[in-house]
Ligand binder design. Structure first.
Ligand code: FAD
Length: 278
């Protein structure tokens, strides 16, 4: 009998695994359970939508020929049963089943092999007013659309990006190219602090400054100023930086709750521990 492989998570890891598995095993039954509304989108290009270089948002989850990479596409073209709106709530490793909720109904699905492609969630700053209008993450497709909508509909001239990692830096460049006054706030003393030592980061800093971005390095965000529920600035330990739109790009945390509850080992970095085969 054909093996049933259940994959939890339907973005990069999940859908890549499904497609690769199909190429290696034409008989396997492959089921993907994704809790969100979209499959297989390419988040790496999101900043270029904000800069205007990518005009069509659909291009992030459509093939180059313009076909949506949705459940129907995966069923017809890849032979994969990819279901959206299915939130997996438990894994029973002894019984080899997963429990998930779809349209409010709880369902159980047996598996022979289970793949976790549950990804990560952006970190929110636990600070006063952090939920004010105009303060965004930049991770999910709907974050990007919300940022773009606000840039179009509100009078935004000043943007603050909190976090000088890859996403913060790419987005800062994109916002600058859109003609906005952009400030980057980073609590460490350098740009790309996870990547570069001070010497290399100083070279980059010179270039970035020349490009017209405002840098606030070694500056810790302590809160937000707000008027009528809408952000007006970022408060740091050194002062207030005016902003009508703020993006918090201070990293992501792995979604390990399911794995943890199922008794899987969590490694020292807080991610699911893997062995030498992954
Ligand atoms: C702006 C931006 C730029 C980027 N640029 C680059 C780049 O240049 N290069 C690069 O390598 N990477 C880049 N990345 C990162 C890259 O997009 C991610 O590493 C990639 O999306 C990770 O894919 P994933 O499938 O592992 O996880 P995710 O994309 O996090 O997807 C996991 C999915 O699992 C689902 N899920 C979680 N729990 C459950 C559950 N219990 N039940 C059902 N579904 C569940 C979630 O809803 C989610 O859709 C960028 C990301 C962003 C946002």
């Amino acid at each position: 009998m054909a093996k049933r492989v259940v994959i939890i998570g339907g973005v990069a890891t999940g859908m890549k695994t499904a497609s690769r598995l199909r190429r290696r095993d034409k008989d396997a039954e492959i089921i993907v359970l994704e809790r969100g509304p979209q499959l297989s989108y390419g988040a790496c290009g999101f900043p270029y939508f904000i800069s205007g270089e990518v005009k069509n948002f659909n291009s992030f989850d459509h093939t180059p020929q313009g076909v949506a990479r949705d459940s129907e596409f995966f069923r017809k073209v890849k032979g994969v049963d990819a279901r959206v709106g299915c939130n997996v709530t438990a894994i029973d490793r002894a019984a080899k089943t997963v429990t998930y909720v779809e349209n409010g109904a709880e369902k159980t699905l047996p598996y022979d092999v289970l793949v976790l492609g549950t990804g990560s969630t952006p970190v929110k700053l636990p600070l006063p007013n952090a939920d004010a209008e105009g303060i965004h993450s930049f991770w999910f497709p709907w974050d990007v659309l919300a940022v773009d909508k606000e840039l179009k509909e509100r009078k935004v001239t000043d943007v603050v990006i909190i976090g000088a990692g890859f996403i913060g830096m790419e987005l800062a460049e994109a916002m600058k190219n859109r003609g906005l006054n952009v400030s980057i706030v980073e609590m460490q003393d350098r740009l790309l602090p996870q990547m570069l030592d001070k010497e290399m980061a100083d070279l980059l800093k010179r270039n970035i400054k020349n490009s017209g971005l405002n840098l606030h390095l070694g500056e810790k965000t302590v809160g937000f100023t707000v008027e009528n529920g809408v952000v007006t600035g970022v408060e740091t330990d050194k002062g207030i930086i005016p902003a009508q739109l703020v993006v918090v790009a201070v990293g992501v945390r792995p979604n390990v709750e399911l794995a943890k509850a199922a008794g899987l080992e969590i490694g020292p970095t807080g991610c699911i521990a893997v062995n030498e085969y992954l």
